[in-house]
Design a protein. Sequence first.
Length: 556
Amino acid sequence: MNKNSKVLALKYRPQNFFELIGQEVIAETIINSIKANKVPNAYLFTGIRGVGKTTIARIVAKSLNCTNGIDKICKDDLCDNCEAITNSNHIDVLEMDAASKTGVDDVRDLIEFSRYGPSTSKYKIFIIDEVHMLSKQAFNALLKTLEEPPQYENGGGLKFIFATTEIKKIPITVVSRCQRFDLSRVKSGELFEFIKKIKDKEKGKISDDALRLIVKISEGSVRDALSLLDRALLSLDKDEELDINSAQKIFGYFDKSQLIDLFELILKGEEKKAIEIYRKIYDQGVEPKVFINDFLELVYYFKNINSLNMESTNFNLNDEEFSKIKKITNEVSDETLILFWQFTLKTLGELEIVNNQNLSIEMFLIRLMYLKSSANKEHSPLSKNKIDQFKKQDNKQIIVNEKKNETISQVKNISQEQEVKIENNKGIKAEEKLNVNSFDQLLKICNEKKDIKLKYELEKNVNLVHFENNRIEISFNDNLDKNFIKDLSLKLFEWTGSRWIITLSKSKGELSIKDKQKNKKIKNINSAKQSKLYKNLIEKFPDADLIDVNLKEEND
């Protein structure tokens, strides 16, 4: 054990199977295979960073070459072989980093070196870390030696031990020649007890809640947990305990109770208070992306809290937070939580294209307050009074088409009417009323009023579903201008003096005007190509092509 190391991840690195945590099944399997003298030609260890792949590789090398044998393997007083392997200077145990030696020539050197038997131990062992970095040619060069390694006069042989975080990048021909072990993340409880013991050995004063935060951030990685613990111990003042609040500031995390309070305010629709809490969280140095991921985690707990217990929450919540979520869950419908989950995932993707992510998060929280469960309004998380209040403020009311039993989006709303009134006060003359009785008439008026932009949108990007007095039902394509509904509502009020309802339908509707014109043009061209005149023309001019047809009026 490297007692002189100041880095905890190296100082407390396991030196034998008995010190290893979280991988007991793998350790037992390897020990049994060595005792039964059924050692594979190659081991392959895979898993996330910091769970012990390279550590186990060295322990296996010691177990195979310990002079005391597997039954009396060294624990404290190390034999010469175990001590040399611990210090990475054993002549028969070669460690290679495949990230720096990826070529076929490097592998050929290994194979050439394998021709000579071990000097002081039973087995010659090659440990290759990040083995997925080897080139295709290098892997191919290894195949024959992996399947039939050389045997030496002392009865030993050549053993390969591979470690990787990217198992999918290793050719299946190599994987099939190895005994594969998938190392799992270390469980929260086990990792917590491990770093707590190390904290005591280092005589550090850190609260259990702060240690749980370290466990959470490390995500099952022992090395990450030890590195964070090292950082926490270095930040301690003498005779002062590092509590959860100080730990959150050090690691850039925040108190989950704040997030639960924020979630509750969102459900109640209290916009001002919710934004204030988020700004406090942001001022603590929490990145928007970290906030969104924690918010997703909280939505998960709200949805599944009744099937979880304190241990299964991976130390993200304390008893008080757990109880509070359980209480609030009774007031939230599953439909709302699923919508929140989907909406949060979408926002996570939006952060990649937004310059000021902080403002994007604030708008995300505001939008959540306007999000309702359309599937079951009886179980809405909002109170009845608050629903009535939002009906006056909402930017997008939901109505139901009774005939088709479909939910469609009614874009005409109170705030839109207020905008119309404001515009009207600025000089719109509603007295000059026009009658708009059809979609074609609407296009004609746009042309007369020289509103080319609106006419363009109506002709090219809008599909008419239904048109009646003061109501237009449409569908549209992806190219429709985002302000189209607002602009159309304002213009119709200006031209007719009446408020119109613009609804968006799931029905496909008629073809757009431009598509109709395009289809008509194609039909005329195809019809003209069947004429005798066109056929005679093509015989004389084979390269000619008909691109348009102008039909003359009958009186012409």
